[in-house]
Design a protein around this ligand. Structure first.
Ligand SMILES: [Zn+2]
Length: 458
C-alpha cells in the first residue's frame, strides 16, 4: 500500500463501505483467491487516482488529513464497469423490432446512423449515451461511432466533459450499405480516421480505435489501408475494434466475399488487423484455429449476451474462450442497440442464461470479474483501470444492495457477497447504482438534485 507523497498537495478524498475487487482471473486460477473483499473498506483517492485501499481501521490512521469521506451503507463499492463493445450511435433505436442481424442493420441501424452527419443530433445522442452508462456504473467503454467526423467529435467532446477513459473512432465502411453512410473512398476514409486519431488519441483520457465495421462492409482496399493505419500507431496505444463470428448468415456472407480466406479471423489477419490491441465483438461461432489466433495475438473478446439473445444469431461459449491451454482476454459488452440495455450487471444475468442454454453455468465471481478486471484485460488496460488498488485510476461504481424493497428483502436470505451479486444480476434492477466516480469525482449520484455533473463542475 502506498501513501501520499509529501510533495503532492492535492486534496484527499475517501469512499467508505463494503467493497470488492478482483486481483486475478477466476476462470484460470481455480482454488486461488482471485478477489479482495472488505466488509468496511476505505478507498483513498487523490488527483484522479487511488492511493490507498483496505480495511477502514487500518487505512484511516495512515491519512490523518483525510476528512472528505463519502460513506455508503447497504451498498457495495466496486471498480467502475467496463463495456467492451457498444454503439453509442444506436441509443435512439434500442428495442427496435427485428429479424436477422443483416435485416435489422438494413431496416433500423443504417438509417439511424445516417443522421449523425448532423452535429446537433450527434451531440444530443452523446449526451444521452453518457448519462445512461454513468447511471449504470460504467466508466469505460469501447465504442463505435459511425462514418462521420461529427459522430466522433461529439462523442469525445462529451467524454472530455466527464473526464472518462473512453475508446472510440470513426467507423470505416465503403460497401454493402446505403450511400448516406458509405465512405466516399478507401483513401479518404482512412485519411479522415488518421486525422481524428491525431486529434483525439492521448488527449486527456481519450483513446482512439481504428474501426472497420465488419468485413462485409469494407472493401479489400479499405481493410488494407485500415491495417496500415493500425500498425502505424499500435505502439502508441491505438486500438482496432470490429465484429467477428457473430451469426451464421454473416459468416456465410464473409466466406462468399473472401473465398480465399480459411476463416473469418483470417480475413482480418491478412489485412494486418489482428494484433495485440485488436478487440473483437461477439466471437460466438469460432473455430478452434481462430481461438488459437486470438490467444496468440493477445486480442480482446467482447461477450455481448443480451445481443446474442435479442438478435438470435450465435451464443458465446466462455468455456471455449477461456480454455486453459489458450485462454483469451474476455470482457463484457452491451452491444447497444443489438443489446437491449446499458447495464453491465444486467448483461451478466443474460450471460448466465446464454451459458445455460448450452448446458453450462457461470457463477457471479466469474461474471463480475468479466465486468471489471476482465474487461480491463480485454482492452489491455489491466494496469490502469478495473481494480481497486493503489496506482489505479479512481473509476468506481457504488452498487445499491437494496435497489428495490423486494430485492433488499431477498438479499437478506443470501449468505456471501457473491450470492448477493448473483441475485442482483438475475433480478436485473434498473436502478442498481447509487453513485459513479470518474477519476475520483462523483459524476453521477442518484440522490443528488443534479444527478449528473461534469468533472469541471466538481
Ligand atoms: Zn456491435
Amino acid at each position: 500500500m502506498t501513501s501520499t507523497p509529501e510533495s503532492n498537495t492535492k486534496p484527499l478524498k475517501g469512499i467508505r463501505g463494503e467493497a470488492l475487487t478482483f486481483v486475478a482471473d477466476p476462470f484460470l486460477e481455480k482454488g486461488k483467491k482471485c478477489h479482495r473483499y472488505w466488509k468496511d473498506a476505505l478507498i483513498v483517492m487523490q488527483d484522479g487516482h487511488i492511493v490507498d485501499v483496505g480495511d477502514y481501521a487500518e487505512v484511516a490512521p495512515r491519512h490523518p488529513g483525510l476528512t472528505d469521506i463519502d460513506t455508503y451503507t447497504d451498498a457495495l463499492i466496486m471498480p467502475g464497469f467496463i463495456d467492451c463493445h457498444v454503439h453509442y450511435v444506436q441509443v435512439s433505436m434500442i428495442g427496435s423490432f427485428g429479424d436477422t442481424l443483416l435485416d435489422w442493420l438494413d431496416t433500423y441501424t443504417f438509417p439511424t446512423e445516417a443522421q449523425f452527419a448532423d452535429k446537433d443530433f450527434a451531440d444530443e445522442n452523446a449526451r444521452v449515451f453518457f448519462r445512461q452508462i454513468l447511471s449504470q456504473g460504467t466508466t469505460t467503454a469501447n465504442v463505435f461511432a459511425t462514418t462521420f467526423e461529427t459522430s466522433v467529435d461529439a462523442f469525445f467532446e462529451e467524454s472530455e466533459r466527464y473526464d472518462t477513459r473512453m475508446i472510440s473512432g470513426k467507423v470505416l465502411q465503403d460497401r454493402n450499405l446505403p450511400d448516406s453512410l458509405k465512405d466516399p473512398s478507401p483513401e479518404e476514409s482512412v485519411a479522415l480516421a488518421e486525422k481524428l486519431l491525431r486529434k483525439w488519441h492521448g488527449r486527456g483520457r481519450q483513446m482512439y480505435a481504428v474501426i472497420p465495421r465488419f468485413a462485409p462492409t469494407c472493401s479489400d482496399r479499405q481493410l488494407r489501408l485500415a491495417g496500415e493505419l493500425y500498425r502505424k500507431y499500435i505502439d502508441r496505444g491505438v486500438y482496432m475494434h470490429t465484429h467477428l463470428d457473430e451469426a451464421p448468415g454473416e459468416i456465410e456472407w464473409v466466406r462468399m466475399l473472401f473465398p480465399d480466406c480459411k476463416t473469418y479471423t483470417d480475413v482480418y489477419r491478412q489485412f494486418g488487423l489482428v494484433d495485440r490491441r485488436s478487440v473483437m465483438a461477439h466471437c460466438c461461432i469460432v473455430k478452434e484455429e481462430e481461438w488459437q489466433t486470438l490467444h496468440d495475438c493477445g486480442c480482446g473478446v467482447a461477450h455481448c449476451p443480451s445481443s446474442n439473445l435479442f438478435l438470435g444469431g450465435g451464443q458465446f461459449r466462455y468455456w471455449e474462450a477461456k480454455q486453459r491451454t489458450r485462454p483469451c482476454r474476455v470482457g463484457m459488452g452491451t452491444d447497444v442497440g443489438g443489446g437491449t440495455n446499458f447495464s453491465i450487471p444486467r448483461q451478466l444475468g443474460e450471460a448466465y442464461k446464454v451459458a445455460m442454454l448450452q448446458q453450462k453455468s457461470i457463477d457471479a465471481e466469474r461474471c463480475f470479474y468479466l465486468a471489471t478486471r476482465g474487461g480491463a484485460e480485454a482492452l489491455h488496460l489491466e494496469d490502469t483501470i478495473g481494480t481497486l488498488a493503489p496506482g489505479f485510476e479512481a473509476d468506481i461504481a457504488v452498487l445499491d444492495l437494496k435497489p428495490t424493497e423486494y430485492a433488499g428483502w431477498r438479499l437478506g436470505f443470501s449468505k456471501s457477497i457473491f450470492d448477493k451479486l448473483f441475485v442482483l444480476q438475475t433480478l436485473g434492477a434498473t436502478s442498481l447504482v447509487k453513485a459513479t466516480y470518474v477519476a475520483g469525482k462523483k459524476v453521477f449520484d442518484i440522490d443528488r438534485a443534479e444527478k449528473f455533473r461534469y468533472a469541471a463542475d466538481l
